[in-house]
Write a protein that binds this ligand. Structure first.
Ligand code: 4AD
Ligand code: MG
Length: 476
């Protein structure tokens, strides 16, 4: 039985077996107390070993990090904060962990240090809590879409298309694994193509997602996405997970309504199903806050922030209105923005943070961006200058969602592809959907790690994905 279930049992001296990793062992004169965790919950179960109940040599191997199976009877616990404990009759040590070498000794470890031992960090309270919340959110995403008539579409990872036309992409090459051919100067001579065609790792499943929506009406994708941007920020990964719903017969307002309802539902799901893990992370954050200056301390606890966002309406404004607010703002007037504000600029995170954290103090949906700073597929407004784009900005995160209503007019789309230099031959299949049964449609992409960041209150994106791929880390 997993520890999560065991902790809910009524203790009747029934024999139980607990398998897990030792968090701590405390020895007093005649008893040893072992805290065991199996990852099913943030809580440990306490195993109590009376003097002589197990062999001295076995007990010696029970140290922090060791993997053990404990057999004993489940009894009411005398200790605080736990209702049951195991009175041990036998211990099996699956794998010991030399206390001289095991890096996760019971003390506070910095997040930077834990990033260096990525292979072991899931065994810490903080990371196991994050991983469980990540799992719950992924499950909630599938549940939400399933309940709302969406179909999960598996879009390709290797693709010839570049949906965003923005950052750098990872090219796919072919190379014989054994004895690759070498060039004259001894370097590996690999082909920069996928069996004769230039391909890359997907930057977004959107274009393929649109093909699905124009057949099944409502689809979503949820998978790994790759961007070769060499940016070492706390918000960017080279490999991240994106959730992309795409809906036929949706216009921009429907798209905004869905994005708002969807994110709120996911946050509510986490509040309801991950309360213990969120409470643990909240306590961790409160300790961290104490080390900050008073004015930098957060006004709300993690739970309060999650409740607030999931229960209040998001602000909706146009890009033009946002620029006006920024032009009127103190930091602009005092020349404190690093990047000057003017209509037409791509908003920088300092601008987004001002709008969300200082001005509105809640999530904001920004719409109608200038066409020149957005992707080619967005539907042109009647003004000929702006597109039906929407970005959802979150406090402490910045952009969490990017989306739009799509251009469904064949001539206008063709014109845009030409303007931005996309060759017709490379995207004929996409253009054809506007020639055969075109329909108004819209969609968006939610950066999954950015959502996990928000829900866990963590501040670095490398800490919310089990195996971060950033320019510096791809060891395993
Ligand atoms: O705004 P983006 O680039 O939009 C698209 O890719 C559209 N094709 C989505 C669509 O309409 N179907 O990316 C969407 C979201 C961003 O808002 C951000 O949350 C996340 O993906 N994102 C990243 N997350 C982590 N690391 C990166 N390098 C990211 N780049 C984008
Ligand atoms: Mg974007």
């Amino acid at each position: 039985m997993q520890i999560k279930e065991l902790l809910l049992q009524t203790p009747n001296q029934q024999t139980v077996m607990v398998k897990g990793w030792v968090r701590t062992k405390r020895v007093s004169s005649s008893v040893a107390f072992i805290a065991i965790n199996d990852g099913s919950t943030i809580h440990n179960i306490q195993a109590v070993v009376a003097d002589g109940a197990v062999a001295e040599e076995t007990l010696k191997l029970v140290t922090t990090g060791a993997c053990i199976a404990v057999t004993g009877s489940l009894i009411p616990s005398q200790g605080q904060g736990q209702s049951v404990e195991v009175q041990v009759s036998d211990i099996l040590v699956y794998g010991s962990a030399d206390p001289e070498k095991y890096p996760l000794q019971p003390k506070k470890h910095s997040l930077e240090f834990l990033r260096e031992i990525g292979h072991l960090r899931p065994r810490t309270n903080t990371f196991s809590a994050i991983l469980r919340i990540r799992h719950a959110l992924a499950f909630a995403i599938h549940q939400y879409f399933n309940e709302h008539g969406f179909f999960y579409l598996h879009t390709p990872i290797i693709t010839g298309s570049d949906a965003e036309g923005a950052g750098e992409m990872f090219r796919v090459t072919t190379l014989p694994a054994i004895q690759p051919p070498l060039t004259e100067d001894g370097k590996v001579d690999y082909k920069e193509d996928f069996f004769g065609k230039e391909t890359n790792l997907t930057v977004s499943g959107q274009l393929e997602g649109e093909l699905g929506a124009l057949a099944l009406s409502k689809i979503y994708t949820f998978g790994p996405t790759f961007r070769a941007e060499n940016s070492n920020t706390t918000r960017h990964l080279a490999e991240f997970w994106m959730v992309e719903p795409e809906m036929a017969f949706f216009e921009l307002t429907d798209n905004m309504n869905l994005a708002e309802d969807f994110t709120k539902s996911l946050i509510k799901y986490a509040l309801e199903h991950c309360a213990d893990d969120i409470a643990f992370l909240e306590k961790r954050l409160l300790d961290e806050e104490k080390t900050k200056k008073k004015e930098e301390q957060s006004e709300m606890t993690l739970t309060e922030k999650l409740r607030f966002v999931s229960e209040n309406t998001f602000e909706r404004i146009t890009y033009t209105e946002a620029i006006d607010i920024l032009l009127q703002s103190k930091p602009h007037k005092q020349g404190k923005f690093n990047y000057p504000v003017a209509w037409g600029i791509d908003l920088q995170s300092e601008h987004e943070r001002y709008l969300v954290e200082k001005h509105f103090k809640k999530p904001v949906i920004l719409t109608h961006y200038p066409k020149d700073i957005k992707a080619f597929y967005m539907k042109l407004e009647d003004d000929g200058k702006t597109v039906r784009a929407m970005d959802v900005l979150f406090p402490g995160i910045g952009e969490i969602i990017g989306g739009s209503q799509r251009e469904d007019d064949y001539e206008k789309l063709l014109q845009r592809t030409k303007e931005v230099g996309i060759e017709e031959e490379s995207i004929w299949w996409y253009l054809q959907t506007r020639q055969f049964g075109s329909a108004p449609h819209a969609g968006f992409g939610l950066g999954f790690e950015r959502l996990v960041l928000f829900v866990t209150g963590m501040s670095n994106i490398r800490d919310v994905i089990p195996f971060p791929r950033t320019p510096k880390s791809a060891e395993f």
